[in-house]
Design a protein around this ligand. Structure first.
Ligand SMILES: Cc1ncc(C[n+]2csc(CCOP(=O)(O)OP(=O)(O)O)c2C)c(N)n1
Ligand SMILES: [Mg+2]
Length: 561
């Protein structure tokens, strides 16, 4: 087979394990899309717009480890940038692949369409550099293999997005054959000396403590260290708490699991168990204003050990080039048992009260919606929750072992969940996929439900219609938090058109909701959207507390310089 730049790229996508890539066509990428289609092991999946395309690839990366979005120059690329930046914040290797103008139009007096009507054709590359870990523009077939490999390798190693622009007249140019993929997917090893020193220092840290506790953050997954975290936790024997963005990254049915550490809005007892500890081992954590509830819940000081993706800080030392996976398994072999925090947590552990369903004809409430969704969560389920009260509604759901929870908590861009759920469902067809999405967020990217219909994906969407931007109401209210109501359930018929099998249902009481869920479970030919209608004031108590603290943090006056 003779390779072209485009088929070289396709081969690399296939070799890193992708079975799909997401795309929106445009004249600068059409030849590239043709070239990608020549690879029979890769499926091209289309999106309604480039923002959604980026988010779909981001959701796919959550399910499959990496993702790719192919867009056209500028008008497409600039829309995708929000999603790509989100992938940066969320530590997901998403490849943003953009067509680019013809090489002959560079450094000439030609003006090209889809540009700023200036002769600068570099601005998209320059913008991409700010939100990716590697950004290349391919204008020569000879350089293409090196540039493509560099971008992909860097993205996979750093678990961050990368940008590859390919000029439209280069996409089908003959190109070298790809070599083995091993060098590209290989992880950088830890420095043995630094690793040993870090493990020894951490073991000393633990030896000096009576009641250490483990706190797991969302970078644990990016580090590929979930299994090693369990090994380490079992060797230590302590209580294990997780941050909100890391829900499900440590199995919730594990006997050492002590809940979500999220200050005053976390799960019962989790905050106390961290506050009472004399050593907090923070593993892959991200502390921001939201995750610390307006800076009110954040372990700090000498009693904190921080193990990040590739460095460890403990007892005033800082060890670089230490991979989290290696560190955790090294420590698992070395650490002395310290189970006091777990014993203590077992004493204060609050068992959930027995559940009473609401009367089936009583007006629907948020707790009743949550109660019914809980029963849907199986070991092969993934629950995606959108920014809004859905964060808080999702947080309290107990996840059976194997169930996954997805949240975009660092970037927090509303509209993420519809296309990310689509991308996740493409990547994980064997899982039961459930999304909880607020009405306000849904309005940003609603059209991607049409792609779920097109691909017959049996996703279940709970559209939480509380008539507005409730999360914003709790931070700071005003007329801008009111939105136009839609017929959300009715929208599915619009998307179905002549051939779709999606279902849209509206529930205003518990009985209707239970029936709608049964319909959803029986619908294998497309998504089911269940519009859950409840009161505007019916929000979680956790959101009210959190909103108050975030408002206080936002309102701090600027300090005189
Ligand atoms: C792209 C983007 N624009 C604006 C915001 C600010 N914002 C955060 S949450 C939110 C409202 C969410 O409303 P909804 O989805 O209905 O959730 P609810 O809290 O009502 O359940 C807004 C506007 C954002 N996070 N992202
Ligand atoms: Mg809402």
């Amino acid at each position: 087979m003779t390779y072209t730049v485009g088929s070289y790229l396709a081969a690399r996508l296939e070799q890193i394990g992708l079975k799909h890539h997401f795309a929106v066509a445009g004249d600068f990428n059409l030849v590239l899309l043709d070239q990608l289609l020549t690879n029979k092991h890769l499926e091209q999946v289309y999106c309604c717009n480039e923002l959604n395309c980026g988010y779909s690839a981001e959701g796919y990366a959550r399910a499959c480890g990496a993702g790719a979005a192919v867009v056209t120059f500028s008008v497409g690329g600039l829309s995708a940038i929000n999603a790509v930046a989100g992938a940066y914040a969320e530590n997901l290797p998403v490849l943003m692949i953009s067509g680019g103008p013809n090489t002959n139009d560079r450094a000439t007096d030609h003006l090209v369409h889809h540009t700023l009507a200036t002769h600068d054709l570099s601005y998209q590359l320059e913008m991409a550099k700010k939100v990716t870990c590697a950004a290349v523009a391919v204008i020569s077939a000879g350089d293409a293999p090196g540039q493509i490999d560099y971008a992909i390798r860097t993205a996979l190693r750093e678990k961050k997005p990368a940008y590859i622009e390919i000029a439209c007249n280069i996409a089908a140019a003959p190109c070298a054959e790809p070599g083995p993929i091993s060098g590209i997917v290989a992880d950088e090893p830890s420095d043995p000396e630094a690793l040993q020193a870090a493990v020894t220092a951490a073991a000393d840290f633990v030896r000096g403590k009576k009641k250490p506790v483990v706190l797991i953050g969302s970078k644990l997954r990016a580090a590929g260290a979930e299994k090693q975290a369990v090994e380490f936790a079992e060797a230590l024997g302590s209580a294990v708490t997780v941050m909100a963005a890391a829900k499900s990254f440590f199995p919730e049915d594990h006997p050492q699991f002590a809940g979500i550490y999220w200050g005053e809005v976390g799960s019962p007892g989790a905050r106390q168990i961290v506050d009472w500890a004399d050593g907090v081992m923070c593993i892959g954590t991200i502390f921001n204003d939201y995750s610390t509830v307006g800076w009110t819940a954040m372990p700090s000081g000498d009693n904190v050990l921080t193990a990040d993706v590739d460095r460890v800080k403990v007892n005033g030392s800082d060890f670089g080039c230490v991979r989290l996976r290696d560190f955790l398994s090294g420590l698992a072999r070395t650490v002395e048992k310290r189970d006091a925090s777990r014993v203590q947590y077992d004493r204060i552990r609050v068992e959930p009260p027995p559940e009473h369903g609401a009367r089936s004809d009583a007006k629907l409430t948020r707790p009743e919606v949550i109660r019914q969704i809980r029963h849907l969560l199986t070991t092969d389920s993934t629950l995606l929750v959108e920014t809004g009260d859905s964060w808080f509604n999702g947080m309290g759901m107990p996840m059976p072992g194997g169930a996954r929870f997805e949240i975009e908590m660092q970037w927090g861009s509303i509209g993420w969940s519809v296309p990310a759920t689509f991308g996740y469902a493409v990547g994980a067809p064997d899982r039961r996929i459930i999304a909880m999405i607020g009405d306000g967020s849904f309005q940003l990217t609603a059209q991607e439900v049409a792609q779920m219909i097109r691909r017959k994906l049996p996703v279940i969407i709970f559209l939480m219609n509380n008539h507005g931007y409730t999360i914003e109401v709790e931070i700071h209210d005003g007329p801008y938090n009111n939105i136009k109501n839609w017929d959300y359930a009715g929208l599915i018929e619009v998307f179905n058109a002549e051939d779709g099998r999606g279902k849209g249902l509206r529930a205003t009481n518990g009985g209707e909701l239970a029936e709608a869920i049964n319909v959803a479970l029986a619908n294998h030919d497309g998504p089911t959207l269940i519009e859950c209608v409840f009161d505007r004031n019916d929000c979680s108590p956790e959101l009210i507390s959190w909103g108050r603290q975030v408002a206080i943090a936002n309102e701090r006056a600027s300090r005189p310089q």
